[in-house]
Design a protein around this ligand. Structure first.
Ligand SMILES: Nc1ncnc2c1ncn2[C@@H]1O[C@H](COP(=O)(O)OP(=O)(O)OP(=O)(O)O)[C@@H](O)[C@H]1O
Ligand SMILES: [Mg+2]
Length: 296
């Protein structure tokens, strides 16, 4: 052993071999979940993901029909771009199919969010009463320890996951969990991400983007590189048509607002990489439309 005077840290922590951290290929593969699609409840989105499979010796591209199971997605954009609506549509969709969904609300108290979820269900043509108890609200907006202390939040979520057999987790928003301590953003998001993986959750993390950052880049949460931690990012943007150039590009009138959507990377599946138009309908549903350059 090294002289503890020279290497004080060696005195406390002798280097150990973490054998559990070593896996041969087949061992790691045995633990790999099969990739399949999870419908999002957002029209036009599910068709944008695909996987490549080998069939009879040939490589074929297959539509996934949703985001990959067990993925953790970051949905980012400035205020009023439809992030919360998307999170709500996803929650309602999965709950209506009989799955338990944890909705961690950090911005608005649970009673407001549940009312909004009920409206979303109505807009989607679903009867909320049939599945309302499949939604497990975790109210970090009203309970400071849940918002300020990540271990408390994770312990509470683990308890809820075990109690209700939860498969899906939505956090609106992760940005609210590192308010005033933005240097810690990456660390917090990484802990949340690792937790989702450990508990086999398919998860959506909403993160707020400052308007100073260029639209449609995934410089989420003020450039804290959240995108590098999660499995994939969806970027939502709105642009004011304030020049004839934009009017021509987006085929809109000057003074109108155009909403845009893009998938910015996904580790677990192939995906469409184009910028798409999106809309928020009068009833408050996000829909992904055609790519801005045309095509299907
Ligand atoms: N019936 C509706 N219900 C709710 N929102 C609607 C409805 N119809 C249109 N909208 C639009 O959707 C927007 C709300 O989007 P959403 O709350 O998802 O934004 P967000 O990206 O979560 O914003 P923030 O970062 O402020 O939380 C409203 O600003 C409004 O323009
Ligand atoms: Mg919101």
């Amino acid at each position: 052993m090294e002289d503890p005077k020279e290497y004080p840290e060696a005195h406390h922590t002798e280097a150990r071999v973490i054998k559990e951290g070593i896996l041969v290929g087949s061992e790691a593969l045995a633990k790999a979940p099969k990739v399949y699609g999870i419908p999002t409840g957002v029209e036009g989105l599910d068709d944008l993901f695909f996987i490549v499979e080998v069939e009879n010796g040939k490589v074929v591209k297959k539509n996934l029909g949703g985001i990959p199971a067990y993925s953790v997605f970051n949905i980012t954009g400035v205020n009023d771009t439809g992030k919360s609506l998307m999170a709500e549509q996803f929650t309602v969709k999965q709950a209506s199919e009989g799955h338990k969904v944890a909705f961690i609300t950090v911005e608005a108290p649970a009673n407001f969010v549940i009312a909004s979820l009920k409206l979303r269900a109505a807009a989607m043509g679903l009867n909320f009463e049939d599945f309302e108890d499949n939604i497990i609200m975790i109210d970090a907006a009203s309970h400071t320890p849940l918002r300020e202390n990540i271990p408390d939040l994770l312990a509470t979520l683990a308890y809820a996951i075990k109690t209700y057999k939860i498969k899906f987790t939505v956090i609106d928003s992760v940005t609210g969990l590192f308010e005033n301590k933005e240097m810690l953003a990456r660390g917090i998001v990484r802990r949340l991400f690792n937790f989702m993986k450990k508990w086999y959750q398919t998860a959506l993390f909403i993160s707020q983007k400052r308007s100073g950052h260029e639209e449609l880049t995934a410089e989420a949460a003020g450039g804290y590189a959240v995108g590098h931690i999660v499995d994939g990012t969806m970027v939502l943007a709105k642009e004011v048509i304030d020049s004839s150039f934009k009017a021509k590009l987006y085929k809109r009138e000057i003074g109108e607002i155009v909403r845009l959507f893009r998938i910015d990377g996904c580790r677990m599946a192939g995906h469409d990489t184009r910028v798409h138009y999106m809309e928020i309908t009068d009833t408050g549903l996000v829909r992904i439309l055609e790519p801005i350059g045309g095509g299907k």
